[in-house]
Design a protein around this ligand. Structure first.
Ligand SMILES: [Fe+2]
Length: 561
């Protein structure tokens, strides 16, 4: 069966294609439209479909829209508040429902040829759950979904077995841990539904001084759900204007909400485990991008293994909805083997793009070593390889790399990306070496947990150790990522350190680089020393002059012309 999944309702519109149970492609609309998070998360934007992401998924498989057996839409309007006589009442909630119900009509316009009757609505949290259960390959397992909201709930706790989900608990709105965190994000001067990870980073700078108050305000209900009272953040710290420096009270508030979230999650996991007795837990929903909370669940929770969908936010519901419907249609759904499900270019296409841009480039005989040399020489390298990542993390396909031994590289990368200086950058490390250096769940291929740094290592890799002594690592397995692993091995050969700094390849406020032109624009507009794009290497002029090894690789512009 050929199933196209789409997420369009709230934010992070995305599409995914599952054919005969295999995930063929998945991508977020922002990577094409270059508008961060794809669209504004308002009810009246629900009609907008991820047109370019859908078109990409079909073209990746060489499919025509007519050939789709089903379109899985990750929201069930029948479960949502129904439109009242005044469609603008209740913050346009009815309009959202109406637009979701009319998705087949919008689809007919944005994906000509598709059969409008092919649309199947999948409850939002069922789609999130499927993105973790089917994608993890864990069966049986327990599943927890926590986000801002779905149709009428903000949470799902379930038992998954033989491809079937049994919902054991669901917390109705207005109680929402995701919305609580979003509100705090806005209170601290950041963008809601976008900058929650900044709050998580800020939380490391203080003790959770207001826990007593928050124990009463936010608590598990003992029946698998939770209560979130009326929280007035101003009682603890005044609203922070965007861009203003945070005070100790703001950091204490962030630390408190973070800590309370972790505690409630542990209680929810305990309740779930008591009912299922499963060994494994899988997570999805925007809250599951909170890698500090995920690590506590792994460390202190009752489950042996914890797997998190890398696109845990709403974009992942496109994939989950497609997997759910594929299963309903009788397909055996295969686990997600990689997050590299977006666009990719072959060598010829990359060379053609570089020629059009009229830039000088070389083709090193050993690209991994050439990049390791630039990094060891304290250069910053843009690394564009293979298909782009699905989800918010750069995992070595659209990454910005640097030397973790130099503390100043944290500031340098935050400057390149226009980020706040209190935010950490993360290391990617050879999987075989990770256990010697880091303490936490391994392997960790999707950067969804934080790890302790073992004694003796923190001083060696100051750029990637957060103020609380942790690092959010990505482990690199040579069987899955041979080029990346070789680059790490060559860097270790030069420096003795089997890891590099990895952060997403983008500049301030922009979506991650996706296509070669984005990569060239980013390289041209930021102080990046080299761009490794496919087998080719571009060096910033001063780097080429300094190393004097322009002859190290074949100068290919002339050769290819
Ligand atoms: Fe969601």
């Amino acid at each position: 069966m050929k199933v196209l999944g789409i997420n369009a309702v709230f934010h992070d519109p995305a599409a995914a294609l599952v054919i005969d149970g295999l995930t063929v492609a998945a991508a977020e609309e922002e990577r094409f439209s270059r508008r961060k998070h794809g669209k504004s998360p308002v009810a009246f934007s629900t009609w907008e479909l991820p047109e370019q992401a859908m078109a990409f998924c079909l073209s990746e498989a060489g499919l025509a829209a007519e050939e789709l057996d089903a379109v899985a839409y990750s929201y069930e309007p029948a479960l949502a508040p129904q439109p009242a006589a005044d469609i603008t009442a209740d913050e346009w909630e009815g309009l959202r429902t109406l637009y979701a119900r009319r998705a087949p009509l919008f689809l007919r316009a944005s994906l000509p040829g598709v059969d409008p009757d092919a649309v199947r609505w999948v409850p939002h949290h069922v789609a999130h759950a499927a993105s973790a259960t089917f994608a993890s390959g864990f069966d049986p397992c327990s599943v927890l979904v926590l986000d801002g909201r779905g149709e009428r709930a903000s949470h799902l706790a379930g038992s998954f077995s033989g491809g079937t989900l049994e919902v054991l608990a669901a917390q109705a709105l207005p109680h929402s841990l995701g919305l609580l965190y979003e509100e705090l994000t806005a209170h601290l001067g950041f963008r809601r539904s976008s900058d929650e990870y900044k709050v998580m980073a800020m939380a490391s700078y203080a003790e959770p001084s207001f826990l007593d108050a928050f124990r009463a305000l936010v608590r598990a209900d003992g029946e698998g759900g939770f209560l979130v009272g009326d929280v007035d953040f101003s009682r603890f710290a005044p609203p922070l204007p965007t861009g203003a420096e945070f005070t100790p009270a703001h950091a204490a508030l962030a630390a408190t909400v973070q800590r309370r979230l972790e505690q409630v999650l542990l209680e929810l996991a305990g309740w779930l485990h008591a009912r299922t007795g499963h060994r494994d837990l899988v997570l999805a929903g925007g809250v599951a991008l909170n890698c500090v909370a995920n690590s506590r669940l792994w460390r202190e929770g009752p489950f042996e293994r914890v797997w998190v969908q890398p696109a845990a936010g709403d974009s992942g519901t496109a994939l989950g909805a497609a997997m759910h419907v594929a299963h309903q249609l009788g397909d055996a759904v295969a686990p997600m083997a990689t997050a590299a499900l977006g666009r990719g270019w072959d060598e010829d296409a990359l060379a053609a793009r570089l020629r059009v841009a009229d830039v000088e480039f070389e083709r090193p005989s050993d690209l991994a070593d050439a990049v390791a040399e630039v990094l060891a020489d304290d250069g910053v390298v843009a690394w564009f390889q293979g298909r782009s990542e699905f989800g918010p993390r750069a995992l070595g396909h659209r990454s910005l790399l640097a030397d973790p031994r130099r503390a100043a590289n944290l500031e340098k990368l935050n400057d390149v990306k226009g980020r706040e200086q209190f935010r950490p950058v993360a290391p990617m490390v050879l999987a075989s070496r990770a256990g010697e250096i880091f303490d936490g769940p391994l392997p960790s291929p999707f950067m969804l947990f934080t790890h302790g740094v073992r004694a003796g290592w923190a001083q060696r890799i100051p750029a990637v150790v957060h103020v609380d002594g942790t690092a959010r690592i990505q482990t690199v397995d040579p069987a899955q990522e041979p080029l990346l692993a070789r680059m790490l091995a060559r860097f270790e050969a030069r420096t003795g350190v089997p890891m590099v700094v990895n952060t997403s390849l983008n500049t301030a406020g922009r979506p991650m680089v996706d296509d070669p032109r984005d990569a060239l624009e980013c390289f041209g507009s930021a102080p990046i020393d080299a761009l490794a794009i496919g087998p080719f290497l571009l060096r910033r002029a001063r780097a080429a002059r300094a190393s004097g090894n322009g002859a190290a690789g074949e100068r290919t512009r002339a050769a290819l012309a």
